[in-house]
Write a new protein. Structure first.
Lengths: 231, 224
């Protein structure tokens, strides 16, 4: 059931302690800052967060980690020049890390949304990130068994939603949005614009509205401008 | 300086980072789809010519990536794998992360160019983790690229700061991929790795014999 919601606070109000939350974005591109800020304000804690990174600088996911709301990160690239909040929590033993090669992370998320119970992939074979995992020689190469990553909620940033919840994105801010929308039981999307049914060309829809549960318009969403230039 | 003592030696001096990047760029076949890793490999893009018609892939979801953005071109929604603002070229396309890594894993990329801590005689790559107990591990797309691209080129200095060869019999750092590297471009030589062992295509600032003295595994000239 699709709902259009007035405020980011109402949009995240149902997120319970202990939830697994997928958060879109690669670095700051596509990161739904307003939804994350609302999640922080909601007080939800003991969260497992799925994101490519583990926060940059002093905003968004980095603040959620700083405030101790994140019990576990599932990500591919936590260590960055400005990931000081994650670094501190990790070194203090206050956050759990499941490190996943980036393509396996994406495919595990995709698998969850697509109803796939697991898959074999060559990525990671023979490395410490495949230790303890089942391997098979398939299709001419050794492959590692990987399982889907499901989530209770996904927080996503898109550019435009129509009245059916169909989404389009902007440039490389698309990144994890489409697969996270499908993988989570409940997807919450912030957009910069909501247009009437029929206003988006059906040929150009990136995420069909069937994957979208809640849409909230955020005035600063969409064109990221220079908001995310902490590399 | 020494004269060019063997047919393998193509430069009297070791190559600098930019000269090496130019050499890698020259070796990329026209029309290729290429992913350039973060750091030194990014320099290769400065030497690709329009005539080569190379399409650059960035793991965060784009083909047809253009040069780094400057001034008013900077757009937070348009970044590369290193999270640096970039530009789009005519004919560019955007796609989500699962598609982007399907492009890698599915063998659709012709070449990726990566940095390395170590490369083994059998083409194993170690480039993501020093294995130090206090290091925070971060892998990103390195394992997917190493496993997926048809050719994996490594760019690195041959020796560590302490003068130890990074081309080794077996990697001691944690692996990124097994048997994936096909060529190693270094300041002192270009190596070809494969089932025939490590062959030397050309040397820079040293003879084949001088190079062999630096590397703790048997080398053969590629010409022989």
């Amino acid at each position: 059931m699709l709902r259009f919601i007035d405020t980011v606070g109402e949009a995240v109000a149902g997120i319970k302690d202990g939830s697994t939350v997928m958060i879109g974005g690669f670095g700051n591109a596509g990161q739904p800052f307003e939804l994350i800020d609302a999640l922080l304000d909601s007080g939800a804690t003991d969260l497992t967060v799925v994101n490519n990174n583990a926060g940059q600088g002093d905003q968004g996911l980095a603040l959620l980690i700083k405030e101790g709301r994140v019990r576990k990160m599932i990500c591919s690239f936590p260590r960055q020049s400005d990931s000081w909040h994650f670094d501190a929590k990790y070194k203090a033993g206050e956050i759990e890390l499941e490190l996943v090669p980036q393509g396996n992370l994406a495919e595990r998320i995709r698998a969850a949304g697509a109803g796939i119970g697991g898959f074999f992939t060559p990525t990671g074979y023979g490395t410490m990130l495949a230790e303890g995992k089942e391997t098979r020689f398939l299709d001419g190469k050794w492959q590692v068994f990987e399982t889907p990553i499901h989530a209770d909620v996904a927080l996503i940033k898109a550019l435009v939603a129509d009245g059916k919840g169909n989404l389009i994105y902007r440039k490389t801010a698309r990144n994890f949005g489409p697969i996270m929308a499908a993988a989570a039981k409940h997807s919450i999307v912030q957009v910069s614009e909501i247009v009437p049914v029929g206003a988006l060309d059906p040929e150009n829809i990136v995420t069909p509205g069937i994957y979208v549960n809640s849409v909230v318009r955020v005035s600063s969403s969409g064109t990221a401008g220079n908001e995310g230039q902490v590399a | 300086m020494s004269t060019l003592e063997t047919s393998l030696q193509t430069s009297a001096e070791p190559l600098g980072r930019n000269e090496l990047a130019a050499l890698v760029a020259r070796d990329i076949a026209p029309g290729s789809f290429v992913n350039l890793g973060i750091g030194q490999p990014t320099l290769v893009s400065n030497y690709l010519t329009e005539e080569q018609n190379i399409t650059l892939h960035t793991e965060n979801g784009m083909l047809g990536m253009g040069p780094e953005a400057v001034g008013e071109e900077i757009d937070g929604d348009l970044i590369n794998a290193g999270k640096i603002p970039v530009t789009e070229l005519p004919g560019a396309s955007y796609f989500h992360h699962a598609d982007s890594f399907a492009i890698m894993r599915g063998g659709h990329l012709d070449i990726c160019v990566l940095g390395a801590f170590q490369v083994s005689a059998g083409g194993d790559l170690a480039n993501w983790h020093t294995g130090a107990p206090d290091a925070i591990p971060a892998v990103g797309g390195a394992m997917d690229l190493a496993t997926g691209a048809k050719d994996v080129f490594v760019m690195m200095t041959l020796l560590t700061r302490d003068g130890v060869s990074k081309l080794v019999e077996e990697c001691t750092y944690p692996l990124t991929g097994v048997g994936c590297v096909t060529r190693v471009y270094t300041d002192k030589a270009v190596f070809l790795t494969g089932p025939d062992g490590v062959r030397v295509r050309e040397t820079f600032g040293c003879t084949f014999e001088e190079l062999q003295a630096l590397v703790p595994l048997p080398l053969t000239p590629a010409a022989s």
